[in-house]
Design a protein. Structure first.
Length: 421
């Protein structure tokens, strides 16, 4: 009897094991099927192409801008990045006066001669790619060729104010008309004057517009030879040239730290002054029509202060403030600084870009469509930059939407996702 009981118990135990085994196989099969389905969905999701940034931005009323320098003009990957995702481009240096002025050469009337060889090659690319161009920049004191201000371009005696105003007018007219004649309609905006508003200690204390007299201890030769009104004269000359020829170009004042309260106030004062009726602007024309916010965001050369959520709020408030002054507003040179490659910093950088995109896509609902371009200069990581390099401090080696070899980073994906939703 005891043996029979043992035999029955064993048979029941074996049967139970078989049931458990079958049940386990069924559960495993179900889980495997579920995992396969999830993987298939994930794979399908990854293979669905993301829409171009410019196409997503268009539904919110603004262009997406990128940047290119002459050293990249033969770089097929860089040009493809621009044509794939952007519909506005800025040339980093090639339209600046120090790039165009032809040293020692002058026209018969004594006005300076210009060399457009490199600039035209850049414009050829933009035109053929269907990219609109932000003209950057007509007047900038930094790195400016000193001989432009000399009496005969060679000795070191500075020309009179009267002569310099004629040169300034001639230079601005030459540049604008050259590009509109050869590439009509490609340039849709010009930064007329760049970074004329000082930061502290570089302007006269009674100047409410903070027009800089120096930069890093070096005299601002536009100010030195023409006085503080050189800014308004530049806008007047550009305005008259555009109006006279019927060009469809918006005229911008461009600067950094435009979202910091003190500088923002000075720029608002400058807007009022530029568009006020006076001897330079007797008709009270709207000479300045837009504000370019460079937007290098985060600590300069240090991780401290990078990806600070308060910067998103400050940028938003500033866009709205300038729009209330009747200005078009563009972010013109953005770099979201990041100096570290650790996982936390990379994730934080991507999330910060997502927050920026969510703010920017809604901004035109609060500023009546005045925001017209989001241009990013810090497009690529550059991990090989030494800390002593200017670009290391300005951008940070891990600032990009793309890796150094043009692969889309999580920062790009966060921007695309925000604009798509």
């Amino acid at each position: 009897m005891k043996n029979k009981f043992l035999i029955v118990s064993c048979l029941l135990y074996i049967a139970a094991l078989q049931c458990v085994s079958c049940s386990g196989k069924k559960e495993t099969a179900k889980q495997n099927a579920k995992n396969a389905q999830n993987q298939a969905e994930k794979t399908e999701e990854e293979t669905v192409p993301m829409k171009p940034l410019y196409e997503l931005a268009a539904q919110y009323g603004f262009k997406m801008g990128g940047a290119i320098g002459y050293e990249q003009i033969d770089n097929a990957k860089h040009k493809k990045m621009l044509t794939d995702d952007f519909n506005s481009v800025t040339f980093t240096n090639e339209l600046k006066a120090y790039s165009l002025l032809d040293w020692g050469v002058r026209q018969k009337d004594g006005m300076p001669a210009l060399n457009f060889t490199k600039a035209d090659k850049m414009m050829d690319f933009a035109q053929s790619a269907g990219l609109k161009v932000r003209g950057h920049v007509l007047v900038w004191d930094a790195y400016m060729t000193e001989w432009f201000f000399y009496e005969d371009y060679k000795n070191k005696t500075f020309a009179s104010k009267e002569v310099m105003l004629k040169r300034l007018k001639n230079y601005i007219e030459q540049v604008i008309t050259h590009f509109e004649t050869k590439y009509p309609g490609v340039i849709y905006a010009w930064d007329v004057v760049n970074e004329a508003v000082g930061d502290g200690g570089d302007f006269k204390t009674d100047d409410k517009c903070h027009i800089r007299t120096t930069r890093g201890g070096t005299k601002n030769l536009f100010y030195e030879t023409m006085g503080r009104d050189y800014v308004k004269y530049a806008f007047k000359y550009a305005y008259d040239c555009v109006k006279k020829n019927g060009y469809d170009i918006t005229l911008f004042y461009n600067d950094y730290n435009t979202f910091q309260p003190g500088k923002r106030t000075a720029i608002c004062n400058l807007i009022d002054e530029l568009n006020a009726k006076d001897k330079i602007n007797p008709d009270g024309s709207k000479l300045c029509q837009g504000i370019g916010m460079q937007c290098y965001v985060g600590g300069y050369g240090t991780q401290n202060g990078c990806m600070n959520p308060s910067d998103v709020r400050s940028i938003k408030e500033s866009i709205e403030t300038y729009a209330q002054k009747g200005m078009q507003v563009q972010i013109t040179e953005m770099a979201v600084r990041n100096y570290q490659k650790d996982n936390y910093s990379v994730i934080t950088h991507a999330e910060f870009y997502g927050k920026l995109a969510n703010m920017i896509k809604d901004i035109n609902s609060t500023c009546d469509g005045s925001f017209t371009c989001w241009a990013i200069w810090g497009l690529l990581d550059n991990p090989s930059l030494p800390e002593s390099d200017y670009s290391y401090k300005m951008n940070g080696p891990y600032c990009g939407l793309f890796t150094w070899d043009y692969k889309k980073k999580d920062a790009y994906k966060k921007v695309n996702e925000a604009l798509a939703n």
